[in-house]
Design a protein around this ligand. Structure first.
Ligand SMILES: NC(=O)C1=CN([C@@H]2O[C@H](COP(=O)(O)OP(=O)(O)OC[C@H]3O[C@@H](n4cnc5c(N)ncnc54)[C@H](O)[C@@H]3O)[C@@H](O)[C@H]2O)C=CC1
Ligand SMILES: O=C(CO)COP(=O)(O)O
Length: 381
């Protein structure tokens, strides 16, 4: 299947990804080794639902591409399973993340490591993929413990709000660790990619196209088509803000308002995503919203994501059961990002006097905290 080339790609060609396996990489002697003796070593920081799928994608490429070490380390936030076993030990014994991605083999070159410092020490390519609320603590633990030449990429959809203002997760990583950080976002429901159904993703980079190319190279597969755009903030804000719209879409589903209403919510949501992104970062490109990270992620999350699912249950219960309760019951350890992002966005809007400019974003937060009923999702005008 040949995906269509979008307008952005015509103006600014995507970084080419290697789609086909070079036959030399399947032989025992790798010709490329003589030319590039220094191999990149990848560590995945995070092992939730998407973190595990990311490790699987990377592991399949690390195995076949001679410029990467075979072994891919995956940091596991250790927990004890109901059987009494440690999650990391079970992953290493069965090659499956039995809690967050059951039934999927990760690849034998994935090594689960519960020791964060040990997991990141030797890697020059760090992939961050945890729920966003844990990233500040994680960065604090590894400051000064990573390689000086390390490059990072964030797959995390979320933001932090500090006294100085909003802080994207890639910026947090860059500033705390003193390293460059790209992002990868897209219409990527993890369970679908785990079973190798075709999807696309967007790498956002700031300056160095050759670094983005390396990230494309390690993620791209025949069923996961990655392209790159020079708009790190635009890509990351798309991934972050669509979770707020997904909560709104879930309310519409819970109230059985139908497809037209849901489409209206998605359209208004997309308009607010674009306006908010451009107010925060005027450099954000319009064309980014037409990449996988933009409209495609918005659609898939509003149709099939976890934020949508929990928001539907919230509305069905008339807002009487909290999101924390629903998350614990419905997601078994997986985490929602939309509710906290709605709060973080609301804080920015209130602080800057923009609340009236963003009725959908602000109403989502007010419904989440019980100040408004779920039906207010279509009553804000
Ligand atoms: N699951 C999906 O379909 C997709 C998720 N994402 C994004 O990727 C990021 C990570 O999501 P998932 O991998 O799905 O995670 P998840 O939603 O499965 O979260 C559970 C993870 O959080 C870890 N965790 C729990 N407490 C922790 C703590 N105190 N410190 C550190 N880690 C802790 C758990 O060990 C587990 O690995 C999120 O920002 C999400 O929005 C992006 C695309 C798709
Ligand atoms: O980001 C996602 C798909 O791209 C997943 O969204 P949820 O966290 O709502 O499942």
């Amino acid at each position: 299947m040949a995906p269509s080339v979008e307008s952005q790609q015509q103006q600014q060609p995507p970084v080419e990804a290697e789609n086909t396996v070079n036959s030399t990489t399947t032989t025992t002697t790798r010709v490329e080794d003589e030319v590039t003796p220094i191999k990149s070593k990848v560590t995945v920081v995070g092992s939730g639902n998407w973190g595990s799928v990311a490790a699987k994608l990377i592991a399949s490429n690390a195995r076949r591409l001679s410029s990467f070490h075979d072994e891919v380390r995956m940091w596991v936030f250790e927990e004890t399973l109901p059987t009494g076993e440690k999650l990391s030990e079970v992953i290493n014994r069965t090659n499956e993340n039995v809690k967050y991605l059951p039934g999927i083999k990760l690849g034998e070159n994935v090594v689960a490591d519960p020791d964060l410092e040990n997991a990141v020490r030797d890697a020059n390519m760090l992939v961050f993929v945890t729920p966003h609320q844990f990233m500040e603590g994680i960065c604090r633990k590894i400051v000064g413990k990573i390689r000086e030449d390390a490059e990072a990429i964030s797959l995390i959809k979320g933001m932090e709000v500090k006294k100085e203002g909003p802080c994207m997760i890639s910026t947090l990583i860059s500033e705390q660790l003193g390293i460059n950080c790209c992002v990868l976002m897209g219409a990527n429901i993890a369970n679908e990619i785990a079973v190798e159904k075709f999807s696309e993703a967007t790498v956002g980079y700031r300056k160095h196209k050759e670094i983005a190319e390396k990230w494309v190279h390690i993620f791209n597969t025949s069923y996961f088509m990655v392209s790159a755009v020079q708009d790190v903030e635009g890509v990351e804000l798309c991934g972050t803000l669509k979770n707020v719209v997904a909560i709104a879409a879930g309310f519409v589903d819970g109230l059985e308002m139908g497809n037209n209403t849901k489409a209206a919510i998605m359209r208004i949501g997309l308009r607010e995503m674009k306006a908010f992104s451009k107010l925060l970062f005027p450099s954000v490109k319009d064309t980014t919203f037409f990449e996988s990270c933009g409209v495609a992620d918005l659609i898939t999350t509003c149709l099939g994501g976890r934020n949508r699912k929990c928001a539907e249950a919230f509305a069905r219960n008339g807002g009487k059961r909290s999101f924390d309760e629903l998350e614990a019951e419905m997601l078994q350890g997986q985490k929602l990002q939309g509710v906290s992002t709605a709060k973080e966005v609301y804080e920015v809007l209130r602080h800057r006097g923009w609340l009236e400019l963003f009725p959908l974003f602000s109403t989502v937060h007010e419904i989440c905290i019980g100040r408004l009923p779920p039906s207010a999702i279509v009553e804000y005008r």
